[in-house]
Design a protein around this ligand. Structure first.
Ligand SMILES: Cc1cc2nc3c(=O)[nH]c(=O)nc-3n(C[C@H](O)[C@H](O)[C@H](O)COP(=O)(O)OP(=O)(O)OC[C@H]3O[C@@H](n4cnc5c(N)ncnc54)[C@H](O)[C@@H]3O)c2cc1C
Length: 392
């Protein structure tokens, strides 16, 4: 087989790249290890930045998102017995977030790619990367795919980054002393917007996937397993962390799924190795507090698609040469925001005396600053709805 761009991974990054290239008349083939139904049912992120929603719509994969997604004009920070709304419509007019599950984004992207004639090989076994400095090709399940470029969009545990000799990359990483217990429940959201609750018991997030499905997260110890928590214990803890303002009652209902997500920050530099380009989680991981993982994958892919278009249209490789630096500028700003939100909202130590108590009081002062200073609230809002793209 031969194509121009061999893409590893049918997550948001790989699928969007294939679609954008297709729209520009550039052939690509996507190799995905898992089945189509597995990819379409993985519950992960659900907050789309303004630019992500616009990009999906412009690529022709936004029809259902525009009909079924919910546009939110703000989020609530809840601490100290009160809720404080960060109002996007006031602070960053014209920009908002769309709440729409990642599995729905993936379904829409797969459908749009197949309708446009893109070949996606699901259940491709043993994908391996070869010839990144000369004649790039991928092997899988006894077959061979020759290509001009390889896009490694295969997530944090994929093969593309692992196929780069270690001396050619630099890794920057940080792990947090807690994890998130994710809970998907068949119950209507208890509020119209997301609630980031910083309580003495730890952080908790009230989110949603639709009018009938809520998504929650609880800060838990890092070694936690989903089976450690009964459904009763989950609801009791969610109530304890959210019912901290007068008149708020958390709705409860059947729990559909419980998962645990590690909290880590990770960046690999550079993001290009010869003819191999890394994009999305293959190159970087953010803690989910800022809701940025999927959005950052989309931002990378926009840069890569445009650079490949320039290469094929006019032989101009300036975009390809600048790819890594252009992506990393945004990656590090988003890393900063995600780490900042994480440190702002999670419980890191006791409330009492001493150094840990001192740090908790500083944390509270930072929160007060965000909700009492328009300038600080604007910084949060403009990062949350998504930084402008450099290419627009
Ligand atoms: C468990 C989990 C929960 C998350 N929850 C949230 C959340 O609540 N909020 C949030 O904002 N973000 C969340 N994220 C982050 C967000 O989902 C990711 O940032 C986003 O999926 C990145 O998209 P991607 O396309 O780069 O990678 P992925 O979505 O990981 O896609 C990579 C694809 O490559 C495939 N693949 C991997 N290895 C191979 C191989 N060897 N050969 C072929 N194919 C391969 C995988 O099967 C997958 O389909 C979560 C991530 C994880 C892993």
């Amino acid at each position: 087989m031969r194509t121009r761009v061999g893409i590893i991974g049918a997550g948001p990054a790989g699928l969007l790249l294939a679609l954008l290239l297709r729209r520009s008349g550039i052939d690509a083939v996507v190799l995905e290890r898992r089945s189509r139904s597995h990819c379409e049912s993985r519950v992960r992120a659900g907050v789309l930045e303004q630019g992500t929603a616009d990009t999906l719509a412009a690529a022709g994969a936004g029809e259902r998102m525009l009909a079924e997604g919910h546009v939110h004009q703000g989020i609530e920070l809840r601490f100290g017995g009160a809720g404080h709304r960060i109002a996007f419509e006031d602070l960053v007019p014209g920009r908002a977030i769309t709440v729409y599950g990642q599995q729905e984004v993936v379904k829409d992207l797969i459908a749009a790619n197949l309708a446009a004639g893109v070949e996606i090989r699901f259940e491709a076994d043993d994908v391996a990367v070869h010839g990144i400095d000369g004649a790039p090709h991928l092997t899988f399940g006894g077959e061979r795919l020759d290509c001009d470029f390889i896009a490694g969009c295969d997530g944090f545990h994929g093969v593309s980054r692992a196929s780069v000799p270690p001396e050619r990359l630099r890794v920057f990483a940080k792990t947090y002393p807690f994890a998130w217990l994710g809970v998907l429940a068949d119950v209507a959201p208890s509020a119209a917007e997301l609630i980031y609750a910083a309580s003495e018991r730890g952080f908790s997030l009230h989110s949603m996937r639709s009018d009938r499905v809520s998504r929650f997260y609880l800060q838990v110890p890092p070694e936690t397993r989903p089976e450690d928590w009964t459904h009763e214990a989950i609801w009791a803890e969610l109530k304890a962390r959210h019912e901290t303002v007068p008149g708020f009652t958390l709705r409860t209902g059947p729990v559909r799924a419980v998962d645990v997500a590690a909290m880590r920050s990770f960046v690999v530099e550079p993001m290009r190795f010869g003819r191999l380009f890394l994009a999305g989680d293959a190159a970087h991981i953010v803690p989910p507090t800022g809701a940025k993982g999927l959005n950052l994958a989309v931002a990378d892919v926009r840069v890569l698609a445009r650079a490949l278009e320039d290469h094929y249209r006019s032989g101009d490789d300036a975009g390809l040469d600048a790819y890594s630096a252009a992506c990393l500028r945004r990656v590090w700003r988003v890393q900063h925001f995600s780490a900042w939100m994480t440190s702002l909202l999670h419980a890191f130590g006791p409330q009492e005396n001493g150094e840990a108590g001192f740090d908790r009081r500083l944390q509270r002062a930072r929160l007060e600053g965000v909700v009492r200073s328009r300038a600080q609230a604007t910084v949060l809002a403009e990062n949350y709805v998504g930084l402008p793209y450099e290419d627009t």
